[in-house]
Structure formats: structure tokens, C-alpha cells
Write a protein that binds this ligand. Structure first.
Ligand code: NAI
Ligand code: PYR
Ligand code: MG
Length: 534
């Protein structure tokens, strides 16, 4: 059988016949099977006699997609298509990437994950249980893939899904969604990938009490059992699939960095929330600084939400500042990280987490700053007032945290404030673009984690760029697969950030030229990013 959508005539050897072919979404072409293929695969009489082209199928499927009443129904429709005819699914998503990305990925995927057990139709991926580590090998083998057949595994333990927290086994859908983006955006072969959920239990009462919940019905495993399970997974996956990149997604803050640090020098692995997010943020900051006309090293950064993503962002900003010639100490001093107890300070002995410690400010430095006793600590508003940031980044999962007084205060001191509310899904964004433009008289340079519609402000249309790690991981993964990389290094991440920033700057310049302006004018910047794929 030739592969549709490829210019070369790739050949698939197919052992199954008849219904077995139609039931396998990787093989099924439905009404697009040619007469010859129908004869060869014993399909004559099993599909209606008419033969459609893939173009016809795509047109029909798109019309069906548009008939769905809401985003969740569209997501369910696409999942069913994915389960039925994978080639057609990717054709559709690729043809309508900007339109469908919010459905197969954030924000709709958050709803799909929350409703995983209620909406369940059929399994996809590999489900590994902490209660049966002895089954890891047979479960991975059950995928039917041989040692050389796997390029990439996206794995989650479901504890820190986007900004919505612990959703247990339903987390498998974030692994499925990330892999769909790898394929739709970078062309990674979906047959050489695996989504995996490590089901270590859940601490969400609502799931434990739900009779339909499909995961392990107990609290999350303790640290020893957890670590042993992760180790068994890494060891077994590495042995069975030695070429596979291990992508970690949406782990809780207590584990994400520990796991990355334990394996980053032993396997080809990366944590998307720490490193992918760090890289996309750096890309946004590089292009934002350029648009604002401020040398990178002269920026002052406030990161609100100093967890997995926030500190991953801080690390890459610090390294980028060091690359401009600052010492590590000088670079770190340009970063102010604020978490649930306020500005990170060295005297927060009971609450400061290990990975936050490098960014804790000296208590004497902030001695006179206003505190909020309810935190208790120095609140974001006071940090913005004192620091006068040029860049404000949100990774807190606290919708609306960048309120009008905070943003107006920032904009009093920054001609082009770079504001990046990166939290997902949409309702958890620290601010919405329309408000940011209004509060800054159109001066803010904005990119958001989830997609937002264009904003009309003062006679201009502002296209809102996205700062989502989805701009990084597809290319990073494809590059690592193509190069057969043995490790994912910090330099690769920096190269990815530079590449996205360069595309963003080029697209901003193009838009400015199209608007007949010699260079981007304040208030007229349409986008910090243009979607850089296809
Ligand atoms: N745009 C993108 O590409 C990405 C966005 N994110 C988003 O960032 C957010 C955080 O994700 P993670 O870092 O993985 O979660 P996390 O749980 O590791 O970090 C969240 C941090 O926010 C802090 N926080 C909670 N309430 C707060 C408050 N009221 N004030 C200040 N800080 C508070 C928590 O203590 C924690 O340290 C999520 O909404 C997620 O969707 C994460 C990864 C990528
Ligand atoms: C985008 C992403 O990885 C997150 O929000 O967790
Ligand atoms: Mg994530």
C-alpha cells in the first residue's frame, strides 16, 4: 500500500486482512482504499463501493467537524477520527493547524482530561501501574513495537496537568496531545511514538470517589515506591527501546526536577515544562527585548509562580544573561521570583523548595519592602513597585493575578512592557490580552500560553502570539531523532529558543513592512510570535 500524503511511494507491509485492517487506525484508509487495495486486503464488500480521494475525505470530515456544537464535542470528534483513521486525522489537523490546535491541545485538552473517565471511548497508549511494576515490560511490549521502532515516548504521572493539577490516569491525554503536536507540527512519525501514563494513584478526592474513575483508586504512592517505579520505567523503556527520547510532561513540582536531574545525564531525556517552557519563554524575551529596544542584559525580570515552569524559565534566562557577559551572580540578581508566599527570600526556611533556593533574595536587601501578612511575604504588587520590571512572566496558574494596578504600575516605568501570562488553560491566564493592551495604552508586548483571539484596540488589530512550549518541543524532538542524539543538552535548548526568536522577529518585521511602516511602531506591534510551522 502506498502512503498518502508522501511524494515518495513508501510501502507498508500489512499482515492483517479484512476487518483487522479497518479496525487498525494506523492502516485504515476507509473509503479511500483503491479497488486494488481492497482486493489485496480482502476489503471488497466491507466498505461502500465508491472510492474517495483523501481530499474528498478531508473535506467531508472538516464539514462534520464544523457541525460539532462546542469545543469538547469537536475534541471528541477528532479523537474518534484519530482512533479510526490516523492518516486522515493528521491530514485534517495539519490542514487546519491553527484552528484545531486549541482543540487537540490547550485549552480543550484540559476539559477532556478532567472528563477522561466519563467520556472514555477506547484506550490509547500504554498504562503503567505503580501497583504492578512487574508488568512494565509486558505492557510496553504489548505496543507491538520492536527495539528499533520507537523514536519518542511522552510520559506523564498526571500530577501537574497544565495548571489544573492532579487528574490521575486521565493525564494520558496530555501525552497523546503532545504527540499529536509533534506529528502535526514537525512531521514526527506517529507510528514510532508512544504515549505513556505512569499511574501512581491520585490525591484528588473527586476521582477516588467516582465509581467510573479508570485509574488506581488510592492516594499517590510514597516517595520510595514512586522512585522505584520511575527507575523501573526508565530502565525498561531504555532496554526495550534504546533509541527512544524520553519526554517528561506535567509532573508535580516535587518530582519534576528530581526526575530530570536523576536521568538527564543517563538517557536522551528532557522535561518539557522545565526546559521546553524555559526555551519558549527565552524566545519571547529575546524578540520582546529586541522590539522594546532594550539589550537583554538590561532587563529586569519578575517571574510569578516559581514552580516547575517558573524556575525552568529563570534558569534559561540566567544562562542567557551569562552568555551576554554577566557573571552568574549578576545574572541571578536580575531575576525576582514570586511564589505563593511572596517574593522568594532566603529567610523562608520552611517553605523555600530546593530548586527555588538559587533565586531567593537576601532578606536584608528587601528589609524595608511592604509585606502582606496573609501570605506572609512580599506580594507581587510590591515587587513590581520596587523592581520596575521590564518583563513580567506568569506561570502561577492564578487567573487574573496580573491585575490593573500591577500592570499600570509596570507600564509607568517600561515604555514597552513585555508581559507573558503563560499559564494554561485559558481561564488561568494571569491576564487577558485585551485588558493588557487597554491598561498599557497598546504598549504591552504580549504572548500567552493558551491561544487568544485577535484584539481590536485603538483602531488596530493585534494578533496575539503564543508562548507555549509547543513552539519548541516538536522541532527539538525532530532534531534529536534525526541526529540520533544521545542527550538533550542546554545548548540544543538555546538553539531552539534562538530559532523561534529569529522567526518571530522576521514575522514581526514582515508585518511591519506590510503595514508600510519602515519599522515596528510603538503600539502597532501585531505579534510577538507568528506560529512558525508550515
Ligand atoms: N505556556 C507554556 O508553555 C507552559 C505553561 N505552563 C503553565 O504554568 C503554570 C504552572 O505550571 P507548573 O510550573 O507546571 O506548575 P507548578 O505547580 O510546578 O508551579 C506553579 C507555582 O505557582 C505557585 N503558586 C500557586 N499559587 C500561587 C499564588 N497565589 N501566587 C504565586 N504563586 C502561586 C505554586 O506554589 C507553584 O510553585 C500552569 O498554568 C501551566 O499550564 C507550564 C508549562 C508550559
Ligand atoms: C503547555 C504545557 O506544557 C503546560 O501548560 O503544562
Ligand atoms: Mg506541560
Amino acid at each position: 500500500m502506498t502512503e498518502p500524503g508522501t511524494s515518495r511511494a513508501a510501502t507498508l507491509r500489512i499482515a492483517g486482512r479484512g476487518h483487522a485492517v479497518l479496525a487498525d487506525p494506523r492502516l485504515n484508509r476507509g473509503t479511500a482504499f483503491t479497488h486494488e487495495e481492497r482486493r489485496a486486503l480482502d476489503l471488497v464488500g466491507l466498505v461502500p463501493p465508491g472510492v474517495l480521494t483523501q481530499d474528498d475525505q478531508a473535506e467531508r470530515s472538516y464539514a462534520q467537524y464544523l457541525e460539532q456544537p462546542d469545543a469538547l464535542a469537536r475534541s471528541t470528534y477528532l479523537t474518534a477520527l484519530h482512533d479510526r483513521n490516523e492518516v486522515l486525522f493528521y491530514r485534517l489537523v495539519r490542514d487546519h493547524l491553527e484552528e484545531m490546535l486549541p482543540v487537540v491541545y490547550t485549552p480543550t485538552i484540559a476539559t477532556a482530561i478532567m472528563r477522561y473517565s466519563t467520556e472514555f471511548r477506547r484506550p490509547r497508549g500504554v498504562y503503567l501501574s505503580v501497583d504492578h511494576p512487574e508488568d512494565i515490560e509486558c505492557s510496553l511490549r504489548a505496543s507491538g513495537l520492536a527495539a528499533e521502532d520507537v523514536d519518542l515516548i511522552v510520559c506523564t504521572d498526571g500530577e501537574g496537568i497544565l495548571g489544573i493539577g492532579d487528574w490521575g490516569v486521565g493525564g494520558i491525554d496530555i501525552a497523546v496531545g503532545k504527540l499529536a503536536v509533534y506529528t502535526a507540527a514537525a512531521g514526527v512519525d506517529p507510528r514510532r511514538t508512544l504515549p505513556v501514563v505512569l499511574d501512581v494513584g491520585t490525591d484528588r478526592r473527586e476521582l477516588l470517589d467516582d465509581p467510573l474513575y479508570l485509574g488506581n483508586r488510592h492516594p499517590r504512592a510514597d516517595r520510595d515506591a514512586y522512585d522505584a517505579f520511575i527507575d523501573a520505567y526508565v530502565t525498561t523503556a531504555g532496554r526495550l527501546f534504546p533509541r527512544a527520547i524520553l519526554h517528561w510532561e506535567d509532573f508535580g513540582a516535587a518530582n519534576a526536577r528530581r526526575v530530570l536531574d536523576r536521568y538527564r545525564d543517563r538517557a536522551c531525556t528532557f522535561n518539557d515544562d522545565i526546559q521546553g517552557t524555559g526555551a519558549v519563554n527565552l524566545a519571547a524575551v529575546l524578540s520582546g527585548s529586541r522590539a522594546a529596544g532594550i539589550p537583554l542584559a538590561e532587563n529586569r525580570f519578575v517571574v510569578f509562580g516559581a514552580g516547575t515552569a517558573g524556575i525552568g524559565i529563570a534558569d534559561q534566562l540566567r544562562d542567557a544573561l551569562v552568555s551576554t557577559g554577566l557573571s552568574a551572580e549578576q545574572a541571578t540578581a536580575r531575576l525576582w521570583c514570586v511564589d505563593r508566599y511572596g517574593l522568594l527570600t532566603e529567610d523562608q526556611r520552611d517553605t523555600l523548595r530546593g530548586f527555588q533556593a538559587p533565586y531567593a533574595r537576601c532578606a536584608s536587601e528587601v528589609a524595608g519592602w511592604d509585606r502582606d501578612d496573609s501570605l506572609p511575604g512580599i506580594p507581587l504588587a510590591e515587587v513590581v513597585r520596587r523592581v520596575r520590571p521590564t518583563v513580567l512572566i506568569g506561570t502561577s496558574g492564578q487567573g487574573g493575578a496580573f491585575d490593573e494596578p500591577i500592570v499600570r504600575e509596570m507600564a509607568r516605568h517600561a515604555e514597552r512592557p513585555v508581559i507573558l501570562p503563560m499559564s494554561n488553560p485559558t481561564e488561568l491566564a494571569e491576564a487577558v490580552p485585551a485588558d493588557l493592551l487597554s491598561w498599557t495604552e497598546g504598549r504591552a508586548l504580549i504572548a500567552t500560553g493558551s491561544p487568544f483571539d485577535p484584539v481590536q484596540f485603538d483602531g488596530s488589530t493585534y494578533r496575539i502570539g503564543q508562548a507555549n512550549n509547543a513552539l519548541i518541543f516538536p522541532g527539538l524532538g525532530l532534531g534529536a531523532i534525526a541526529a540520533r542524539a544521545s542527550r538533550i543538552t542546554d545548548r540544543m535548548l538555546r538553539a531552539a529558543a534562538d530559532a523561534v526568536a529569529a522567526r518571530s522577529i522576521r514575522s514581526v518585521m514582515r508585518e511591519a513592512r506590510a503595514a508600510m511602516a519602515p519599522r515596528p511602531r510603538p503600539g502597532k506591534m501585531r505579534a510577538l510570535f507568528a506560529w512558525p510551522i508550515r
